[in-house]
Design a protein around this ligand. Structure first.
Ligand code: AMP
Length: 529
């Protein structure tokens, strides 16, 4: 087992990592950090969700000094990723005087030029915009000692390969090059051979692992209403004991607070708690006085509780081994158990990857609707009432109150009022969280029709589109509805329930190298604005 403090990292960086709530390096980090610190070129085969950003970000921050020169450049395929990577670097460099700047197309170039003039040490950019700055001579790369190509296969798909080569030719020969990619198509291998020196390849957990034979499901959720989705799932399940996994200590604290404030019997467990605190939480969990244990991977290690009925991956695990460890906490000693994973649109690929490596049947499920949750609550209430009615546990005082009211009110109303009094706060007004409303799109019933800004002009065939949708949203290809491909645009229909996912996921992808844009279609006959 490794810990971040096993690496020769500055105290300031270790402190920042601690503040981020990371407890231990993810597998890709454990393999990459020491190698990057040693120097030497590296190819990392990893996708989003594995912790790859910090795998290069942590050693990179350590290697950069506060002198006023650009010393490292990270190329990313999209502006979203550039912003995200810059954000992660900022957190890692919290106690270091290092400035990181994301530069991407779509943002005012004047603003970027001013920011560059003020001096930055690390640039995170999309290839097109970086090249633009190089041509204008507003960005100088002659002191760069580290180049990172992040999501290289995506950059290739987007047709950035020539831009990347031009940028590399502006860099000093003497440098460290790190390349991260989920897949290794021949063009990426060629790029590596051409521009990297004896690169070492690090692929994390390519071995198959076997998942236990328990029921496994996943829910597609949105980042912005993840908590709400979790609550609905919890409310519609019969939970004996549940373990909810979060990625970081901070995540554990935040989720614990939210669930407690919503009235769940929940408590958190992570490495920053004292032994006494941990023992207290664990014994409460064993006794069942808390129903949900919220934990990081590290904290949950070694927990041996027999009757865990639910394991819930609130954050997707960083690799298949961790997935298998987590879900193995349920279904002990022949009992029934279920493992549930919440997956955001960006993480669907990681889910598919885990599924492939574990050869497990992980079945998609829909987050229950408010009506379903309400129905379930009524059912639970009925069960509780019946068991009370069949016992002798009702105090005399309550009989006295009801019988004194029976002359004036019908029994049914009295019972309902009593329930209202007892449960009002729990079943109080709930609103459907804001979702997407695509309006009338001219689609078949139960479907939503989208307009895509590419067509035959990028050689797109219906099967390309079906594959893209089914891979990035995780639905079977046959669920995709009618497709009409024209020269410069396309219409495609998808089932209503997955439409928001198609919308969020496809806006971030490209087909045959061309970035695609997606909008809800206008009904036939309406004019496009
Ligand atoms: P990435 O694969 O780089 O997109 O990272 C996915 C998420 O995992 C990000 O939110 C990171 O902040 C988080 N993360 C990265 N490394 C760790 C770690 N060692 N422990 C916990 N969370 C991490």
């Amino acid at each position: 087992m490794t810990s971040f403090s096993d690496f020769p990292l500055h105290k300031s960086i270790l402190q920042a990592i601690h503040d981020m709530g990371f407890e231990e390096p993810s597998p890709i980090q454990a393999a990459c950090i020491p190698k990057v610190l040693e120097g030497g070129d590296l190819i990392g085969q990893a996708q989003t969700g594995t912790g790859k950003t910090a795998a290069f970000g942590i050693p990179l921050v350590q290697k950069v000094s506060p002198v006023n020169r650009v010393q490292a450049i990270i190329l990313t395929p999209t502006r979203e990723l550039a912003i995200q990577v810059a954000g992660e670097l900022l957190r890692i460099a919290k106690y270091n005087k290092i400035r990181t700047l994301p530069i991407y197309g779509g943002q005012s170039i004047g603003h970027q030029i001013r920011a560059l003039r003020q001096g930055v040490q690390v640039v995170v950019g999309t290839p097109g915009r970086v090249l633009d700055h190089l041509r204008r001579k507003t960005l100088k790369l002659d002191h760069v000692h580290t180049l990172v190509l992040d999501e290289a296969d995506e950059m290739l798909d987007m047709g950035f390969i020539d831009d990347i080569e031009t940028i590399i030719n502006h860099l000093p020969q003497e440098r460290q090059t790190l390349l991260f990619s989920a897949t290794m198509p021949p063009e990426i291998k060629r790029l590596a051979t051409r521009y990297m020196k004896n690169p070492q390849t690090i692929a994390v957990s390519s071995e198959e692992v076997t998942a236990p034979l328990i029921e496994q499901v996943y829910y597609k959720v949105f980042e912005r209403n993840k908590v709400e989705s979790l609550c609905r799932i919890l409310d519609s399940e019969d939970v004996d004991l549940g373990i909810i996994f979060c990625r970081t200590k901070r995540g554990v604290d935040e989720l614990t607070e939210v669930l407690q404030s919503r009235g769940y019997l929940a408590d958190g467990l992570h490495g920053d708690l004292s032994q006494a605190q941990r023992d207290k939480v664990m014994s409460a969990f064993r006794e069942g006085s808390i129903e949900f244990l919220i934990a990081t991977d590290v904290a949950a290690r070694g927990i041996d509780v027999g009757n865990v009925s639910h394991v819930i991956n609130y954050d997707i695990p960083q690799d298949s081994e961790s997935y298998v460890h987590r879900i193995g906490r349920t279904g002990r000693a022949g009992r029934k158990g279920i493992a549930m994973t919440l997956v955001t649109p960006r993480e669907v690929r990681q889910m598919m990857f885990i599924q492939k490596q574990t050869k497990a049947q992980i079945v998609p499920r829909n987050v229950p609707s408010l009506e379903e949750v309400a129905e379930r609550k009524q059912e639970q209430l009925r069960e509780q009432l019946i068991s009370l009615l069949e016992s002798d546990e009702i105090a005399d005082m309550y009989y006295k109150v009801t019988s004194s009211l029976l002359d004036q009110y019908p029994a049914e109303k009295i019972a309902a009022a009593a329930l209202h009094l007892a449960f009002y706060s729990e079943t109080g007004e709930e609103k459907e969280p804001e979702g997407y409303n695509f309006g009338e799109t001219g689609a078949a019933k139960g479907m939503v029709r989208f307009f895509l800004n590419v067509g035959r002009n990028v050689n797109m065939k219906p099967q390309d589109l079906v594959r893209e949708i089914s891979e990035s949203v995780g639905i079977p290809g046959k669920a995709v509805g009618r497709i009409d491909i024209f020269e410069n645009f396309t219409f495609v229909e998808v089932p209503e329930d997955v439409a928001p996912f198609v919308y969020e996921a496809l806006r971030q992808t490209r087909i045959n190298g061309k970035r695609i844009n997606l909008e809800p279609a206008k009904p036939r006959g309406a004019k496009r604005s």
